[in-house]
Design a protein around this ligand. Structure first.
Ligand SMILES: [Zn+2]
Length: 284
């Protein structure tokens, strides 16, 4: 079967849980699983390039069979082969390559190219991840605000005008069900940029500032996007009291700050080799 030459249309960014889709390609993998490529999908895949939000759970419904989606990953093809996850050899946007969502299933259950399937995503798991992801972005912005006084030199600012500590120091971000874990590294280059790590000498005090900011926020959250394809740029936008917050983001989100209930963080620090490590646990 031929590999697709255009990317997958994705409907999850605007909140879709189901999609009526057509099977474009089926590829058996070395590990016994089967990759199913569709023209469009409501299933959020994990992206090996920035694996913050896990893949959705769900099924492919094909008439009277329901096929469990074991995993969903960002994949890419140049028309001759399919590369999954970290095996993708090129950057997004490279000419001649299509970036697609690969739905990994245990067996193809008789699917063939051209078949119609309905993608059905697990709604409660998605809702928990969407809440966690929105809370993660809000916490990052509130952390930037809490640490604004720690900078002695001009730094790149976030969309609310605070120096972007999160953008400069974030090492890993993991979206959890109704929460997130972010790790930061304050090393030599950040200190040279004017950030004073002493601002985190009392992490509980910083967390209290972050939590006070989070408690004061409300507003509508929406996704803006340049197009419908997997690789089209998308932005998380929140109309907060202090202005419009905007962060480039490929994940899924809730529709308002109010949907999250109380968002709170805990901060811990640890001394690493030549750097201060910071972990922020966000929950809602
Ligand atoms: Zn995001």
């Amino acid at each position: 079967m031929t590999l697709p030459t255009t990317g997958t249309v994705v409907t999850y960014p605007l909140g879709a849980l189901t999609s009526e889709s057509r099977v474009l390609h089926i590829e058996p993998l070395d590990d016994g699983r089967v990759a199913v490529l569709l023209d469009r999908t409501s299933c959020h895949p994990v992206d090996a390039a920035w694996p913050d939000q896990p893949a959705d759970r769900g099924v492919l419904d094909a008439g009277d069979v329901s096929i469990d989606i074991l995993d969903a990953v960002v994949a890419a093809t140049d028309g001759s082969a399919l590369y999954l996850g970290s095996d993708i050899p090129v950057r997004k946007g490279t000419d001649g390559w299509a970036f697609v969502v690969a739905h990994l299933v245990g067996e193809d259950a008789g699917l063939t190219e051209g078949d119609s399937v309905t993608v059905e995503v697990d709604a409660s798991y998605r809702a928990a991840l969407s809440a966690g992801h929105s809370a993660c972005h809000l916490a990052a912005l509130a952390l930037n605000a809490a640490l604004a006084g720690a900078w002695s030199k001009d730094a790149r600012v976030d969309s609310l005008g605070a120096p972007d500590f999160d953008g400069a120091a974030n090492e890993t971000s993991t979206i959890l069900e109704r929460g997130a874990r972010d790790t930061y590294r304050i090393g030599k280059s950040l200190r040279k940029s004017g950030f004073d790590p002493a601002a985190l000498d009392d992490p509980d005090a910083v967390a209290a500032l972050v939590n006070a900011t989070l408690a004061s926020w409300s507003g509508v959250i929406r996704i803006e996007r340049d197009g419908e394809l997997l690789t089209d740029r998308r932005y998380w936008v929140a109309d907060l009291p202090g202005g419009e917050a905007r962060i480039a983001c490929g994940g899924t989100h809730v529709g308002s700050v109010a949907e999250l209930g109380a968002v709170t963080v805990q901060l811990t620090t640890e001394q690493l080799e030549g750097a201060l490590g910071v972990t922020m646990l966000t929950s809602c």
